[in-house]
Design a protein around this ligand. Structure first.
Ligand SMILES: Cc1cc2nc3c(=O)[nH]c(=O)nc-3n(C[C@H](O)[C@H](O)[C@H](O)COP(=O)(O)O)c2cc1C
Length: 306
């Protein structure tokens, strides 16, 4: 998730022993292809076999509307150490969509196929190339053609966020179309959207019939949830190494931020506040209104202790 799940957060999530892999924040390809050094900067795990220091595998996500620079960028990401590439066709941000990226492609199924095919053709066969889709731009029906086109382009799997672009992040989610796509294609389909509780997970499982799930905001709003879900799926570590006390979570994030050095450190306070906002809006964290005024990381922890 852009602005939140950077390398320190991915390292922290790796402690939970719940995720099979993480996906990087989207890396935008506009105009010229991105060189290897951009990927190493944005996804520092690439210098370590694509793994967080806590052993979580990270997939590189790219976003853009032009097949050629996307393909060359993907090849450069692999040269940098990427072991899997994901293509973002879901981002609803107006600036991204105005520049022919993310969810704007959902109006052009053939272009989705062409972008996936170009990226697929540019990286070695053993590197999975997946696509992240929303249900459509303004109709949920669009997912059928878009998903089929992504599969035709050679996608190894699809992750589907069960909303349209027009919905942005507004409820409801529509899991049912994911079930239809799953039945119509023979590649793995990953269900995504609004898994806030174990009960939501069970309903999503029932409605989609999926065996793969992606969780975003729910993992931040309720840090115990990923391990609970992974345990139900039989893929969790026996015990999570993630201490889910809020203060200890924030201090762990800060420790990883410091480990990754100065380039990321100034973002630490912003990341902490982003996290709190999600925990406040969607979880049970009740001190956001005080903590949002913190002007430094030190002040943040003073206010938290108070
Ligand atoms: C702040 C924010 C940033 C996001 N950035 C990305 C991104 O970079 N790439 C991506 O594929 N999805 C991104 N998403 C979408 C999430 O991956 C996910 O599809 C969406 O939040 C629904 O799942 P959830 O209900 O589990 O959060 C972002 C979502 C949020 C709220």
């Amino acid at each position: 998730m852009d602005g939140i799940t950077d390398a320190p957060m991915r390292a922290l999530q790796g402690l939970g022993g719940a995720f099979t892999y993480a996906v990087s924040e989207f890396i935008r390809v506009s105009g010229e292809p991105l060189p290897k050094k951009v990927f190493l900067r944005e996804v520092p795990e690439l210098a370590h076999g694509g793994l967080t220091p806590t052993g979580l595998l990270v997939q590189v996500q790219i976003l853009g509307g032009d097949p050629e620079p996307m393909a060359v960028s993907a090849a450069n990401a692999v040269r940098a150490g990427a072991t899997a590439i994901d293509i973002n066709f879901g981002c609803p941000a107006p600036t991204v969509n105005r520049n022919d990226g993310g969810a704007s492609l959902l109006r052009y199924p053939c272009r989705i196929r062409d972008i996936v095919a170009a990226v697929r053709g540019a990286v070695p066969a053993e590197i999975p190339v997946s696509a992240k889709l929303r249900l459509g731009w303004d109709t949920t029906d669009a997912i059928h053609e878009n998903a089929a086109m992504a599969a035709e382009g050679g996608a190894s799997w699809l992750t589907i966020h069960a909303r349209t672009r027009v919905q942005s992040y507004q409820p409801p989610v529509y899991w049912e179309p994911i079930a239809q796509v799953r039945k119509s294609l023979d590649i793995p389909i990953i269900a995504n959207g609004d898994l806030w509780t174990l009960d939501d997970f069970h309903r999503c499982q029932d409605e989609t019939g999926c065996i793969h799930f992606m969780i975003g905001r729910g993992a931040l709003a309720n840090p115990e949830l990923p391990h609970q879900i992974a345990s139900e799926l039989g893929i969790a570590w026996a015990a999570s190494a993630l201490d889910t006390d809020w203060e200890r979570l924030f201090r762990t994030l800060l420790a990883y931020t410091e480990m990754y050095g100065d380039r990321i450190k100034p973002r630490a306070l912003m990341r902490l506040k982003q996290w709190l906002k999600i925990a406040h809006n969607h979880g049970e964290f009740d001190r956001f209104d005080v903590l949002k005024h913190a002007e430094s990381v030190d002040e943040f922890f003073e206010l938290l202790a108070a």
